[in-house]
Design a protein around this ligand. Structure first.
Ligand code: MRU
Length: 357
């Protein structure tokens, strides 16, 4: 992604450290943070300085690298891996990336592990970029198909949360088709759900679409159903934190309601996911652990004051409690298709992918 004429990934190696973009400050400040230890990486994942399923997978991989530079025996490897896996429970990419690192590191002598770890983490990051590019091409075809009758028609795509460049190493998942279609000259417009309580849509999706020049409109989370009823949404594309064997899609809280509204209005609902987001060990979405985050994320909102400073303001009474489940599960029956780097699959056909991924 280009920011002020410079190409950035969301995470990259710099000598013996790892750099990230602090997503808690966007869209108000673009700040690169240098991570030097696995403890700092755990903190960055937990506090959502980095977030989004593919990105926290890559971040965990780099975190493991940092954690084994001094001592890389089996005990240290497992302890660092466990600490990273414990940071966030829902996105399967985190566990997937750590398991891949362990599988490649545990079988080589300790003296080789520190260097090999950098290489494996780098491949995980590079593969994410390649996969997202392919997702973009498959998704672009879907968007192009929507305008076969009238090429001048604007295709209205609704998305929830941020499954763009910022949620991945580069390219995005749900937004990859959007960028590919826009770059190909198709007329598109994106409805951006604000995505309370962390506002990933309003703060992150809107920001990155604006950087790329893609026409978009931020809407309150509850506006999508109304727009669908009024013929203003042609398709919904979201990302996912975990897709199960039977095609249940776990994504940011509120996704399920969008899928229900889409089904009620005969609007196609797609999840765009790289294959590391598919959990082949899990059948039912109901078995996915849903992260419960701090209630203060609901009680307070963050924004920029008129003095330009970031401020937190309380939006509920002091006496009230708040509950903050971070994800929900959309049952496969409401999912039109799953856009992967290997093609587009209906939930019923998803299993044909298992051998290839
Ligand atoms: O809590 P977050 O911001 O990490 O949640 C992110 C999402 O729910 C994304 O939609 C999902 O990870 C897909 S990212 C390509």
């Amino acid at each position: 992604m280009k920011i002020r004429d410079q190409h950035y990934r969301t995470i990259w190696r710099e000598q013996q450290t790892v750099c990230i973009i602090d997503q808690t400050l966007l869209p108000f400040a673009f700040q690169v943070v240098r991570i030097e230890t696995y403890v700092e990486m755990c903190h960055a994942i937990r506090t959502m300085q980095v977030r989004g399923a593919p990105l926290i997978g890559a971040a965990a991989a780099y975190g493991l690298v940092l954690g084994i530079q001094a001592v890389a025996d089996d005990d240290v490897l497992h302890a660092v891996a466990d600490a990273l896996i414990a940071t966030r429970p829902t996105a399967v990419n985190l566990r997937w990336a750590i398991q891949r690192m362990l599988a490649q590191l545990l079988v080589v002598p300790q003296a080789q592990r520190a260097i090999l770890a950098w290489e494996v983490a780098q491949s995980i990051a590079d593969e994410d970029v390649t996969q997202n590019h392919a997702i973009g091409q498959y998704g672009k075809a879907l968007i192009a198909h929507a305008v076969t009758v009238n090429p001048a028609q604007v295709v209205n795509i609704l998305t929830h949360c941020n499954a763009g460049w910022l949620a991945t190493v580069d390219g995005g998942t749900a937004l990859a088709p959007v960028y590919a279609a826009f770059d190909a000259g198709l007329h598109i417009h994106v409805w951006v759900d604000e995505t309370r309580p962390r506002n990933q849509g309003a703060s992150l999706t809107a920001w990155e679409l604006a950087q790329h020049g893609v026409p978009h409109t931020v809407i309150a989370d509850n506006a999508g159903g109304y727009l669908m009823q009024n013929g203003q949404v042609d398709m919904v594309i979201v990302g996912a934190d975990r897709v199960t064997r039977q095609g249940d899609v776990c994504n940011k809280i509120g996704t399920y309601l969008k899928a229900l509204a889409a089904a009620d209005n005969q609007i196609p609902f797609y999840a765009a996911v790289p294959t590391p987001t598919i959990d082949w060990q899990m059948v039912r979405g109901a078995d996915i652990e849903i992260e419960m985050r701090d209630a203060d994320e609901v009680a307070y909102m963050q924004g920029q004051g008129i003095d330009g400073r970031l401020q937190r303001v309380r939006v509920i009474p002091k006496e009230s409690q708040a509950l903050n489940p971070a994800f929900d599960v959309t049952p496969a029956k409401w999912v039109t298709g799953i856009i992967t780097e290997l093609g587009i699959f209906s939930p019923a056909d998803l299993l044909t992918l298992e051998a290839k991924s």
